[in-house]
Design a protein around this ligand. Sequence first.
Ligand code: FMN
Length: 434
Amino acid sequence: MKSNHTVDLSMDFCGIKFKNPFLLSSSPVSNSAEMVEAAYEAGWSGVVFKTLNSDRIPIIHPSPRMNSYHYGHKRLVGLQNVEQISDRPLKHNLLDFLYLKKKYPDRVLISSIMGFSNAEWEYLAKVSEDNGADMLELNFSCPHMCVEGSGHHVGKAFDLIEKFTTTVKNAVSIPVLAKMTPNITDMTEPALYAKRGGADGIAAINTVSGISEVGLNDLVPKPNVFGIGAISGTSGPAIKPIGLRFIAEMATCKELNLPLSGIGGIETWVDALEYILLGSGPIQVTTGIIHYGYRIVEDMIEGLSDFMVEKGISSVGELVGKANANLKTTDHFELDRQGITQYDLDQCVGCGQCVIVCNDAAGQALDWDETTRRPHLIEDKCLSCMICSFICPVEGLITFKEMPRDWKRREAKIMDTSLEKDLKLSDYKDINIL
Ligand SMILES: Cc1cc2nc3c(=O)[nH]c(=O)nc-3n(C[C@H](O)[C@H](O)[C@H](O)COP(=O)(O)O)c2cc1C
């Protein structure tokens, strides 16, 4: 229900004010002032500009540079790319900075940089600050740079993260984010190296190393760059669970205690809010814009505002990390509490999908009544896996119900007990597990 309650979408992040938590991430969507201007007009509060290059090593993008990862009828579940950092002359990018800052002083301009030497990190940091950048983002994380030893190779060599962050921090006075690669096991560790180097915050994630498709006629992984494929960066909804996990882990790491900017698979206000609830400050978007255009920010602003009105929340800052109190390791689960599914059969359309999945992939707890064309649940066989609810075409028909603590689930039946005499378990008694 709507009310007159006004909400504040602005966020303070690393000492800088953002009008709302929605930013373009560094990529083709933030490649030039002309594009960023259109994004600002649509409502985005800031930009991480396409990663600057110092011009020393010319950047040439492979052709083609992207491949779509469609799944069934769902288009662009993921995106595969081999794009490099900016191929524009540094001077052109910096002129764009000056233009954007002059025309849109209230929008936050974050310069993404990648050096190929210590001196280059320092130089790019300084020229970014001198030409209007409000913040820096250090790109330690591109998984497919054609320049050897750069991109996520730096992000995987933790001492280099610390070294280059220190160099940059000593060169500038604006806040510095380190953008991390997800192509590691534990992100808190490299993030701590960035913190030791003086980073003011962490941005995560860059693209996930992957192969999304192989050409069946030419046998080349896509994008097929004149007969050659490569392991490269996957982005989009397919990587959201990975991004959320890394943000949550860093947000709950007491030793790290740095502001975070979440990235990865954000297309809607719900995706953005999930990142915020797990500890992100302003979030960043690329593939969502590649799919739908800059205008998605209007829905993001409206959706988040409506949610806050409905919940009586005045400031988006109140939501940061709010879900983390409920995030624990699996050994905290109360295993003496169990439940089953329950069915509102008045809503049932009689498709029988639930019966198929329950029999082929779960507890064989559903019978099919041919007369009524409705499923019938055998309660004590239900595993509460909930897969029937995932494939049911009617939202809300199948729900979870907790059972009393003394309730017992029936074990899966043994097909032939006469085989007990052939059982080999007793041969292994000396292993000491019986
Ligand atoms: C085509 C393409 C080019 C990208 N270029 C850069 C880049 O230059 N610098 C950078 O830090 N990240 C780059 N990224 C990564 C994005 O900024 C972002 O971290 C990633 O795509 C995950 O977000 P998404 O799922 O919203 O796309 C690029 C991504 C794509 C798809």
